[in-house]
Design a protein around this ligand. Sequence first.
Ligand SMILES: [Fe+2]
Length: 354
Amino acid sequence: MNAAPQSASTTATRQEYYGRIKGQNLAPLWERYHGLLTPEPVVKAVPYIWHYDEVRASLLEAAGLITAKEAERRVLMLENPAFDGQCKATETLFSGLQLIMPGEVAPAHRHTPNALRLILEGSGGYTSVNGEKTYMEYGDYVTTPTWSWHDHGHEGTGPVIWQDILDMPLVHALGPIFHEGYPKDQFPAGAPAGDSLRRYGNNLRPVGYENQNVNSPIFHYPYARTRDTMEALAKDSDVDPYFGLKMEFIDPTTGATSLSTISTFMQRLPKGFQTERYQSTEGAIFTCVEGKGRVTIGDGDRKRTFDFRPKDIFVAPCWDAYRIEADEDTYFFVGSDRTVQQKLGLFRERRGNA
Ligand SMILES: [Fe+2]
């Protein structure tokens, strides 16, 4: 229904009124109502892809510009073109590529945003969480959960590069950002290397264990284990038309997501497979760990088609439908805000064109 036409004098009177109440920090909802409560999500983030071979050269250049210690974290942010200068890949997630060179050590710190890293290149890099060290290999998924001390270093040769994903935009929106540095040149002491994975990652838990934390006690999910499981499952599992084979990383002691604010998945698409159209409210970041193919994301003006290869990273924003076509057996690591939306009762999805 169209609004009744306004006379010039009515418009002028209203504008004068709006100008006057602005001085009281008031504004008329009726002028903004339909922009605020849209029938479906109107999302600012756009579909986008970062090709690893293009980004890598710029990242390596940074090694000559600043040390890991100086930078605290030597990261090039993956900024969605819709969020220039806002440090956001999606509405709720930050992502970046982090570089560490042989012999470098980054200072220990902690912060309230949850963070994860997905290892994309190099060997000999390690992460410590609350003093427990773990060495990271290609495709490994490592968490540094909220308010946990973490630091990292590199005992191997050649550059080590990983992708960071943090819930920072979400926590910024809510407000409770805290950050603290560990005493200079000191590092926390903790459990022996690999302790948490041995203790909680083998269908066992210590007797009487109660999770005191909202996040998983495991902070390292080795790709070799995940991949073996997925390959074995793929041999005798039906292929889901929308997901192929998609498994979620969890806290094995509770079944909850591995991080309280970021859902993480490994997704396998067999060679020649094309997913059916899938649309959901999660803002998702896909990283191709293996394989190649193409993805089409969005409709109308938002529609984009990208070719992806290993280590390429693309964003499928909230409510943009997408289809993925795999030219080879393909593995994606996926990080999204699905778990937050589910906890808040906001999550929606639509399969096919229904
Ligand atoms: Fe950090």
